[in-house]
Design a protein around this ligand. Structure first.
Ligand code: FE
Length: 197
């Protein structure tokens, strides 16, 4: 009985991989990385981090932030939203915003900003570019995550192997994505654990 959520997660990841391979979008990475469950009962909840000065409410609902001609390395970020007990949470909101390749935010419009909801298996998928680093900050993606009826989590995700990770006071290892290079694009994976049962 207790291993049922784990089994569900394995199935879900398998489906995600299969879907990814069928996708004709060749400029993007064929994520995800490893078809193993990423959540264990008792895992710590995802750390909160400051929202910073560049959040804007009312972004469009979209999974595709990449636009034709946009400079930067394509990135596909995928993962799950889990409860504390590893239950995949469907219908959870993820609102992403990030800097462009030059480390600049679009503060007048909504470039590189968008929200989406996890599917029935608790999965999300974001297509974007690798964010540029900027003054005092290593590369990062901002996100707000909220499951229906749960508290809002505001945090930031990071990338392994970045020189500036060591000098950025906000950087946390716990918020590192796992990444793989795929012919000029980056596949990144991160699973959120929310403080809900
Ligand atoms: Fe930022």
């Amino acid at each position: 009985m207790t291993d049922m959520p784990t089994r569900r997660v394995i199935l879900a990841v398998g489906t995600l991989a299969a879907t990814s391979l069928l996708r004709p979008h060749r400029s993007f990475a064929q994520a995800p990385l490893v078809a193993t469950p990423e959540c264990h009962d008792g895992d710590p909840v995802t750390l909160h981090e400051t929202e910073g000065p560049f959040f804007k409410p009312a972004s469009a609902q979209r999974t595709e932030l990449f636009e034709a001609g946009m400079p930067g390395r394509p990135m596909e970020l995928v993962g799950f939203v889990f409860s504390r007990h590893c239950k995949p949470l469907s219908g959870a909101l993820l609102d992403f915003w990030q800097a462009d390749d030059n480390g600049e935010y679009d503060n007048s419009g909504f470039r590189l900003r968008g929200h989406q909801f996890t599917d029935t298996q608790g999965r999300f998928r974001l297509r974007s570019i690798v964010p540029g680093a900027y003054e005092g900050r290593t590369r990062h993606v901002h996100v707000k995550v909220q499951a229906p009826g749960a508290r809002l989590l505001t945090t930031q995700l990071y990338f392994p192997g970045e020189r500036k990770n060591r000098s950025d006071g906000l950087f946390r290892r716990e918020l590192l994505t796992r990444t793989a290079e795929r012919s000029g694009s980056l596949a990144a994976r991160f699973d959120f654990v929310l403080d809900v049962a």
